[in-house]
Design a protein around this ligand. Structure first.
Ligand SMILES: [Zn+2]
Length: 94
């Protein structure tokens, strides 16, 4: 497998099959999801999403919508998504 090419895999948040994952870099991945938007996913966030059943009240559709609604940093197209953000949004407080 060529790790230098983007690959199409289900979104880690909402399982959208059209999501595109960029090659891994250090401790994060960039994922472009048609539903969640373009995100910059930290390693800890990815780990948490691999165990999303551990998140109380996790609702992938709701989290996807909240991610999409988050303001992007000025001049950036990607939202940085770390563990804390996922926990906050999954809680419904985001
Ligand atoms: Zn998604």
């Amino acid at each position: 497998m060529d790790r230098n090419q983007p690959s199409r895999m289900p979104c880690p948040v909402c399982d959208d099959p059209e999501a595109v994952w960029m090659p891994p870099l250090d401790d994060y991945r960039d994922v472009d999801c048609p539903s969640c938007g373009d995100v910059h996913l930290t390693g800890s966030a990815e780990t948490l999403l691999n165990h999303k059943k551990a998140l109380p009240g996790f609702d992938k559709k709701a989290l996807s919508e909240r991610l999409r609604g988050q303001p992007r940093p000025e001049g950036a197209t990607r939202l940085r998504v770390d563990r804390d953000l996922i926990v906050a949004l999954a809680d419904g407080n985001g």
